[in-house]
Design a protein around this ligand. Structure first.
Ligand code: ADP
Ligand code: ASP
Ligand code: MG
Length: 426
């Protein structure tokens, strides 16, 4: 008997029919004696609808109230799923995040989980119930409702799995695993049997929304066995997120191509070239809770330099306004921006031991006439910022340039893990 946490995404619970289907699936695991905690998202499109309602009243609603509204999507699905499980003859109880003691900090709309009180869940599980916990939400120390950022139900599921020391955390979604790139953009993308935590972290942080980045961080930190699977196909083993075993591994150079459409670029021109200006520019941006991604400062000319960085597109106007004020304070010449850029990245732990990846990448993009506005690299990734019009072309070009459509050496056997490692309902 195992303890399994199963998360079902928005499409998987997108209608009452689909919720019944999820209930049947959960029922099969339960019938075989496994203890099951289910974490549903809101029905597909519901969180967007709720946030849009608030924005009909004002373009920037109070984040605390936004969380009160956004969290209701999951409150609906937990009850519907519990009712559907009752229909399958199964004892089931639904709980909101705050009800099961998901304690978070107070950063409304992107709160972090600090602690989970497992008592209530354990008690219901030992009573023989399936426990249905709302994803995406918690409460801070004062009891204010918080949400964990878009896609946050993944993190709820992994955090619950970590707290309960579950045998496996299964993320059921509308694709049957993690692919070499988003299969909606690259039809030839290939499903990976395994991917290392490190690579998955990069893929998630670079825009592959199949898993929220924090869920991967949590899983890595607390050694949660994490698997991505299809909610529609029954037989697929999905993708297992594994710990890299350096001794046994011979990694492919590139494992995947990730992209993020929601980027914007800002440049402060003619910044006085003296110590402290970078922090004078980025300090107020950080104070406004805006995440900065790529940062580039050009070589100085005549005592001044240009300073560029990227932010999420939703923060563009706010950042631009801040920079206008900063410009006058530090005596810079001008501020310009471009909210229609995107970022495309090649990710692979094998990059560490294979030189020449960057030049191959730039050559392939250059051949297609794609201009690179910014470049950044780390040990296991190379990212470029390009015009959003070129996104699809760039992603497909790189996928092909690195031969990702072709089956590569099975990483599964190389990690020493066995196919039979999967926990099955039977
Ligand atoms: P859910 O609602 O189940 O949480 P999401 O829409 O958040 O689902 O995530 C699943 C989607 O992630 C897929 O439909 C796919 O378009 C997208 N995706 C992006 N990159 C990848 C990738 N590398 N592998 C698989 N899916 C990806
Ligand atoms: N419902 C939330 C969202 O749409 C959380 C999730 O689906 O994971 O972002
Ligand atoms: Mg998601």
């Amino acid at each position: 008997m195992a303890l399994i946490v199963q998360k079902f995404g928005g499409t998987s619970v997108g209608s009452t029919e689909r919720i019944k289907h999820v209930a049947q699936r959960v029922a099969r695991w339960h019938a075989r004696g496994h203890q099951v905690v289910v974490v549903p998202s809101a029905m597909a499109g519901e969180t967007n609808r709720l946030i849009a309602l608030a924005k009909e009243i004002t373009p920037s609603p109070d984040p605390r109230e936004l969380d009160v509204i956004a969290s209701t999507g999951e409150q609906v699905t937990i009850a519907l799923l519990a009712i559907a499980l009752h229909g399958e003859g199964i004892q089931a109880k639904s709980f909101t995040g705050p009800q099961v003691g998901v304690l978070t900090d107070s950063t409304f709309t992107k709160a972090r989980i600090l602690k989970i009180n497992q008592e209530k869940i354990r008690k219901s599980l030992s009573d023989g119930s399936v426990v249905v916990v709302a994803g995406f939400q918690g409460a801070d120390e004062e009891g204010n409702i918080t949400t964990l950022g878009r896609g946050g139900s993944d993190t709820s599921a992994v955090a619950l799995a970590a707290a309960l020391k579950a045998d496996e955390c299964q993320i059921y979604t509308d694709v049957d695993g993690v692919y070499t790139s988003d299969p909606r953009v690259v039809p030839e993308a290939r499903k990976l049997d395994t991917i290392t935590f490190e690579e998955m972290l990069e893929m998630a942080s670079l825009g592959s929304k199949v898993l929220q980045i924090r869920s991967v961080e949590f899983a890595g930190k607390y050694k949660v066995k994490l698997r991505v699977l299809s909610s529609f196909e029954e037989d697929s083993e999905g993708t297992l997120i594994t710990i890299e075993d350096k001794k046994k591994m011979e990694q492919p150079v590139i494992s995947g191509i990730a992209f993020n459409r929601d980027e914007a670029k800002l440049t402060v021109l003619g910044v006085p070239d003296r110590p402290g200006t970078a922090s004078q520019i980025l300090g107020p941006v950080a104070e406004a809770n805006i995440d900065v991604d790529m940062i580039i400062q050009n070589i100085g000319h005549d005592g001044t330099t240009d300073f560029s960085f990227t932010v999420n597109r939703s923060d563009y106007s706010k950042a631009l306004k801040i920079l206008q004020e900063v410009k006058d304070k530090i005596g810079a010449r001008d501020v310009v921006g471009n909210p229609t850029i995107c970022k495309v990245s090649a990710v692979g732990v094998g990059m560490r031991s294979h030189p020449g990846v960057a030049s191959r990448m730039f050559a392939a993009l250059g051949k297609e006439g794609i201009n690179l506005a910014m470049i950044s690299t780390s040990e296991i990734k190379i990212s470029v910022v390009i015009d959003e019009k070129c996104l699809e072309l760039a992603v497909r070009t790189l996928h092909k340039a690195f031969g990702l459509e072709k089956p590569q050496k099975s990483k599964l056997s190389l990690t020493g893990r066995d196919e039979t490692d999967i926990i099955t309902p039977s």
